[in-house]
Design a protein around this ligand. Structure first.
Ligand code: NAG
Ligand code: NAG
Ligand code: NAG
Ligand code: NAG
Ligand code: NAG
Ligand code: NAG
Ligand code: FE2
Length: 623
């Protein structure tokens, strides 16, 4: 939000803060926040912020076409048996890493004979020094792994079956943290069976003083012209890790079926009870992402577009997601790719599954309880969670869709002081004020929705508080789990399903495509920047930027009692700090203070707006 006119804006803010705020001493903190915003980068300590919206730029189109499979970025670039779609993923710690790739050609059609995964080896040759072409002998190490193929079968007239190339996953171990390695993957026994040399730098070791340089966060990416713009911009920002919060390829939306350009799936295939998901798009996406993913780890979590039902009644799901991606599920004790955790320097990442049981009586919940209990905040001060559908979202699209999941899990995340939550699913950007149970709370996580990767379904522009845009119950039906829509029990929307203005828990929202970059500075400060696609070539322009500040002293941990946990052999590690009985009281009176502050800030903003002082150039403050 910093702009060339920020000095002028700061001056204006200063003038008017003096004029308006001095008689009302309570307004001074919000004036300071505005000053910080106008002159420098705001911090969450300046919040909660008065809700702000920047409207969709109507000179942009709301979407673009899919990139065709013949595009050089999507088409095969090597001949079998050479590896392609090479991708890295983090493992248990900085000393290990997954390398995945595909060999052989996928097939589409009828009467397919799947490739034999045993016909080709899974080897990674690697070391700290570059080797001459073809000289595997000069790499000091080789690791081997496993191979599989998957099929996507549709026993319905006209639909196409698919069987994949051979998908390889190899785990490297004993790596040195923060160290550059060179590697080739493939099968050294086959002529042309090895990739050319690639390189990566391992993540820093866990510790409060070492952080990954830049973590990119992207959601609902797809494979359109807009997705291309997002990925190019992301690569330009040079991240050391990518977090992908679900909905990756939109293979199930590819011209609705088989790349044949049918506009209406059910019209073209009235006898097919399930929708075809055109799997070659996954191979195109793997090649499209390879320039990034062969260098830095890509950490994925499933979204609804990964469900991809197949088989007789559509009862077989997530087959492509499960086969293609290596994630540290065994390493993190989850034993399912639907949820897992990992460390990257001093950040503990928790990736949750919204399309598998999230009930507090279920396996995911007890895994999460245990996982969070084991986090040592002296070693990984930051805990960042991510899953696909957001809990807090003020757009009409997917409004309150995953309210059941929130009701089951929010308390556990709050008690463990998760610092940041990333979600996607809604195709726009939104950053929340710190909020717990729909109440502003300085110790709650910062929720950020970043499902604006640029997929074929276009950008979301309607807000649930826009006149006539409040969804009807049932409009946003989750692909998994129940419906728990609720009316608000307090505040301006009390007794209603939607607010009549941007909710107080929504700090900033804008309908633009883009991605985010998280740069953790130290154990308490992290810089979050949202990069809009239209700013890719603009100098130093950013869509949204804020320091997320942890306050471990003000927000002590309130862990669940160890007795209720199913701890692994060796016992549960002792919690970092125990809750003081005063904490709850402090938070409650704190909430009252924040509420008063927000109301006063809104009053200030409205006054400023009324006197037409351009305090936020380019920002439209709703009402
Ligand atoms: C998406 O890409 C198209 C084609 O490049 C462009 O015209 C459009 O403005 C982009 N939309 C957004 C929201 O960035
Ligand atoms: C796809 O595979 C299923 C199961 O093997 C088979 O019943 C069906 O006929 C196949 N479809 C085509 C188009 O070959
Ligand atoms: C989760 O709990 C709700 C209500 O307690 C129940 O209706 C639902 O079936 C449960 N879901 C799963 C996947 O167990
Ligand atoms: C959240 O707020 C609702 C009222 O809206 C209340 O019934 C519920 O107990 C609260 N949950 C927690 C965990 O505080
Ligand atoms: C919830 O709010 C909607 C309007 O937003 C209203 O029509 C409905 O009656 C309310 N339901 C309850 C149970 O209060
Ligand atoms: C973290 O960095 C911020 C901003 O540079 C600084 O103000 C703060 O004192 C640092 N905190 C710690 C614990 O080093
Ligand atoms: Fe989604």
């Amino acid at each position: 939000m910093a702009s060339p006119s920020s000095t002028a804006a700061a001056a204006a803010a200063h003038r008017h803060c003096r004029l308006l705020a001095l008689p009302l001493f309570l307004l001074v903190p919000s004036c300071l926040a505005l000053l910080a915003e106008a002159g420098g980068i705001p911090t969450t300590l300046d919040g909660p912020f008065p809700p702000a919206t920047r409207a969709f730029d109507r000179t942009l189109r709301q979407g673009s076409d899919d990139v065709p499979l013949t595009d050089p970025r999507l088409a095969p670039r090597v001949q079998p048996p050479a590896p392609e779609q090479i991708a890295l993923a983090a493992s248990a710690d900085a000393g290990s890493l997954w390398v995945s790739w595909v060999t052989g050609r996928a097939q589409v059609g009828s009467n397919l004979t799947p490739l034999d995964p045993a016909s080709v080896r899974s080897e990674v040759w690697y070391g700290e020094h570059s080797a001459a072409a073809g000289d595997t002998a000069s790499y000091p190490q080789v690791a081997t792994g496993s191979a599989e193929v998957y099929s996507q079968l549709y026993p319905y007239p006209g639909l196409l079956n698919y069987t994949s190339g051979v998908i390889h996953h190899v785990r490297l171990r004993g790596l040195r943290p923060a160290t550059r390695y060179y590697y080739r993957c493939g099968d050294s026994s086959l002529p042309g069976g090895l990739s050319d040399e690639r390189s990566f730098t391992t993540l820093p070791a866990a510790g409060a003083g070492s952080y990954p340089r830049r973590v990119a966060v992207v959601g609902d990416l797809g494979l359109t012209g807009n997705s291309t713009a997002t990925v190019d911009h992301l690569a330009q920002n040079d991240p050391s890790l990518v977090l992908m919060v679900g909905d990756m390829t939109y293979a199930n939306q590819y011209l609705t079926t088989g790349g044949k350009g049918a506009t209406c799936f059910s019209c073209s295939f009235p006898d097919a009870p399930i929708r075809e998901s055109y799997q070659p798009r996954w191979d195109g996406w793997g090649r499209f992402m390879e320039p990034i993913t062969s260098k830095i780890p890509l950490m994925v979590i499933e979204g609804n577009h990964e469900i991809e039902p197949q088989g007789n009644g559509g009862e077989v799901t997530f087959v492509s997601y499960l086969a293609r991606f290596a994630v540290p599920s065994k390493e993190s004790g989850s034993n399912t790719k639907f949820y897992y955790s990992f460390n990257a320097g001093g950040i503990h990442f928790v990736m949750l599954g919204a399309y598998v049981d999230y009930n507090h009586t279920g396996a995911q919940y007890s895994w999460l309880e245990r996982d969070l209990q084991m986090v040592d905040r002296q070693v990984t001060p930051w805990v960042v969670a991510a899953w696909h559908p957001p809990w807090y979202n003020s757009y009409s699209s997917h409004y309150q869709e995953f309210e059941c999941m929130r009701q089951e899990m929010e308390d556990l995340l709050y008690r463990n002081h998760i610092d940041i939550v990333f979600a996607g699913h809604v195709h726009a950007y939104e950053r929340m004020n710190r909020v717990f149970n729909y109440t502003l709370d300085p110790c709650a996580p910062v929720y950020i929705n970043i499902g604006d990767g640029g997929n074929i379904e276009k950008i979301d522009i309607d807000h649930a508080d826009d006149p006539g845009k409040c969804p009807s119950p049932g409009d946003n039906h989750p692909e998994f789990g129940g419906i728990c829509h609720m009316n608000f029990t307090s505040g301006p929307a009390k007794g209603k399903f939607c607010w009549d203005r941007q909710p107080e828990w929504s700090a900033y929202r804008e309908s633009s495509f883009g991605h985010g970059i998280l740069e953790v500075v130290n154990s308490t400060y992290a810089l979050w920047t949202w990069h809009r696609n239209q700013d890719a070539y603009g100098e130093n322009s950013v869509g949204d930027q804020i320091y997320i500040v942890r306050q471990p002293d003000k927000c002590p941990l309130q862990p669940t009692s160890a007795s209720s946990l199913n701890c692994p052999t060796g016992g549960c590690p002792s919690p970092m700090s125990t809750s003081s009985s005063g904490a709850h009281l402090a938070i409650t009176s704190g909430q009252l203070f924040w509420k008063v502050l927000v109301i006063m800030s809104v009053v200030l903003i409205c006054t400023v707006e009324a006197t037409r002082i351009p305090m936020f150039p380019g920002l439209i403050l709703q009402r």
